[in-house]
Design a binder for this molecule. Structure first.
Ligand code: ATP
Length: 320
């Protein structure tokens, strides 16, 4: 490849800027031109493309969000939209694209690869719900943000001897909830993958804990379960204990990335450039068993991910 385009797509995640910066600087170091595509596939179709220089990405590694902005683009799901995307690439001399996003964004990259544009995808999502990798950009920051917030809710919850339902993000995936369940010592976690929700059991557990002298009861509710506020009302009515719901929401997507997110995102960005320089296409970068690796996008999308059962049991067993 001669000219590498880079874009961020789908939900933003802290650490995306570190990956963009790495793509730009590794690309330039390897003698390539690098162009930034704004607003994901939407910006690609509009030709919102800028030249990227080494200095243009200075002072970005520590920033949350994405300096290229991100978007969801329904037009790019159509064959016409994809053909236009490939055409815009050719017009701008872009013969390689690095897509940073979730598995929806990978499908877009797959389509561009089929149309002759070399593509490499990097997993960027706070949800950790990408099967081919044990690491996704933004999860570490998001889970630390959620953990800190839950600690704070727990303080006031203990003072007032309340029951607290705290809803964390993750869409259909329970990784943030599971990790916080262990890290915050939650009494209960409700995960979409383990959905055997039995409110009576929850109520009995809260009452039993209170009898044993517990001053709070923290329930971490994964986003995919939802309805935290109405659940709080029902639990308060059934237990007679003051119960409040806190929805952490979009704060989990923002903030300065952790060291791990900066280092891993930088490594993945550089790795993606190296793959393009080796003439590879339709690849996705991953992290497995302590190494940075890559997979064919088709194979990566066909993989299934299971929530770690052992960690789930640990979470349950430790929340006595
Ligand atoms: P997140 O997990 O953070 O939501 P994502 O990349 O999975 O990220 P999506 O909204 O699913 O988010 O996808 C982002 C964009 O990728 C879509 O708006 C669309 O432009 C493109 N895309 C998704 N699916 C396809 C597809 N099947 N074919 C072509 N493009 C697609």
């Amino acid at each position: 490849v001669q000219t590498i385009g880079v874009l961020t797509s789908g939900g933003d995640a802290p650490g995306m800027n570190a990956a963009i910066r790495a793509v730009v600087r590794q690309g330039l170091a390897r003698g390539k031109k690098v162009k930034g595509i704004k607003r994901g596939y939407a910006g690609l179709l509009q030709g919102e493309i800028i030249d990227m220089e080494a200095k243009g990405v200075s002072d970005t590694i520590q920033r949350g969000g994405t300096i290229l902005q991100t978007a969801r683009c329904s037009e790019f799901r159509t064959p016409e939209g994809q053909a236009l995307g490939a055409e815009v690439c050719r017009k701008h001399g872009i013969d390689g694209i690095i897509v940073i996003g979730g598995d929806g964004s990978f499908k877009g990259a797959q389509k561009l690869a089929a149309l002759g544009v070399n593509t490499v995808a990097i997993p960027g999502t706070i949800d950790l719900d990408i099967a081919c990798t044990e690491y996704t950009i933004g999860f570490d920051t998001a889970v630390n943000t959620a953990m800190d917030a839950i600690d704070k809710v727990r303080d006031t919850s203990t003072s007032h001897e309340r029951c607290s339902i705290i809803e964390v993000m993750g869409r259909g995936a329970g990784y943030i909830a599971l990790w916080c369940g262990i890290a915050n010592g939650a009494e209960d976690i409700l995960l979409p993958e383990k959905y055997d929700y039995d409110e009576q059991k929850l109520v009995n557990n809260i009452i039993a804990n209170r009898k044993r002298g517990k001053k709070h009861h923290i329930i971490i509710n994964a986003e995919g379960i939802g309805h935290s506020a109405s659940m709080a009302k029902r639990i308060e009515a059934a237990t007679g204990l003051e119960t409040r719901a806190t929805i952490l929401g979009h704060m989990q997507r923002g903030g300065s990335p952790t060291c791990k997110d900066r280092v891993y995102a930088s490594t993945m960005g550089a790795y993606a450039v190296d793959l393009l320089c080796e003439g590879k296409s339709n690849r996705v970068v991953g992290y497995r068993h302590g190494d940075f690796v890559d997979f064919d996008i088709d194979e990566a999308l066909a993989m299934q991910k299971q929530l770690p059962e052992y960690q789930f049991q640990v979470c349950r067993n430790l929340s006595v």
